[in-house]
Ligand binder design. Structure first.
Ligand code: 8DG
Length: 128
């Protein structure tokens, strides 16, 4: 079982940052909320701050838990833990992703997300 943290990052206009996983990675070609695997002893907030700095070169501030979703990709069991966060500063530089977009919550349905994210996408689109 792996624990993965995902950040739903808002800019000052209410748009959310989504990113597409590079081909060759697990779930390659699919969109996600950026984040990554929790390290031993690390809080979800600290993991997200670290991952966004490493993966995209930006500073974020996680501010509220959003939800937890369990999903299995074949034999890989994943617990995806989502937090809402605010974009603070930095220019996005991609390493693990090949594209990113800032989108209105209502536009999320246009993108094909990793299966584990779909309950989060549906909630965000309904604005729950
Ligand atoms: N960060 C993130 N990962 C997600 C999301 N949805 C989802 O299924 N995942 C999966 C994809 C990966 O299997 C795992 C996250 O691993 P990771 O982003 O740290 O990837 P990694 O480079 O360490 O691992 P890998 O691709 O080499 O297997 O969780 C999501 O919204 N955000």
């Amino acid at each position: 079982m792996i624990e993965v943290a995902a950040a739903i990052i808002y800019d000052e206009t209410g748009k959310i940052l989504i990113a597409r996983r590079r081909e060759g990675k697990s779930q390659g070609g699919l969109w996600e909320f950026p984040g990554g695997k929790l390290e031993a002893g690390e809080s979800v907030q600290d993991c997200l701050i670290r991952e966004l700095q490493e993966e995209m070169g930006i500073e974020i501030r996680p501010y509220a838990a959003f939800g937890v979703n369990e999903h299995s990709y074949g034999s890989v069991h994943l617990t995806l833990i989502a937090w809402k966060a605010k974009y603070v500063n930095g220019t996005i530089t991609l390493t693990d992703h090949d594209e990113y977009r800032w989108v209105q919550p209502g536009e999320l349905g246009v993108y094909t997300f990793a299966a584990a994210d779909i309950p989060f996408v549906e909630r965000l689109m309904r604005n729950d």
